[in-house]
Design a protein around this ligand. Structure first.
Ligand SMILES: C[S@@+](CC[C@H](N)C(=O)[O-])C[C@H]1O[C@@H](n2cnc3c(N)ncnc32)[C@H](O)[C@@H]1O
Length: 107
């Protein structure tokens, strides 16, 4: 699972105004959560039903409520994408054990 503030930065970096974000490998849905905060439309695709039913839907509901945005500790500390220099970043992977840890941590 990627940090939501990282994904907020990335969706702002690559999405034009009024654009729609597509994440065809949604995982825990962090991309969609970031879009909720940043007010972008989005489409998520995830093949594992358990991710969709037990994680993604709950997280999207949580982050769709601005009352919860206080949890974004560095909400105002994001760099401005228009001034960012390009950097390579490594992708992280999620497997079943990661999901199990996440589900246990959320309950
Ligand atoms: C590394 S995770 C994505 C992490 C996610 N972007 C995030 O930030 O939380 C990759 C996800 O892609 C899903 N996936 C793999 N192949 C897929 C396919 N053909 N269609 C839909 N989802 C797929 C896996 O189930 C897994 O949850």
């Amino acid at each position: 699972m990627k940090p939501i503030n990282l994904m907020r930065y990335l969706v702002r970096l690559v999405t034009p105004p009024e654009g729609t974000v597509l994440d065809p490998f949604a995982g825990s849905g962090t991309t969609g959560c970031a879009c909720e905060v940043e007010s972008f439309d989005y489409v998520l695709i995830e093949k594992r039903e358990r991710f969709v039913n037990e994680i993604i839907s709950q997280r999207l509901e949580y982050w769709s409520d601005p009352e919860n945005w206080g949890d974004l500790k560095d909400h105002n500390a994001l760099p401005d994408p228009s001034t960012a220099e390009s950097e390579e970043s490594s992708a992280d992977a999620m497997d079943e054990s990661t999901l199990d840890q996440f589900v246990e941590g959320e309950s």
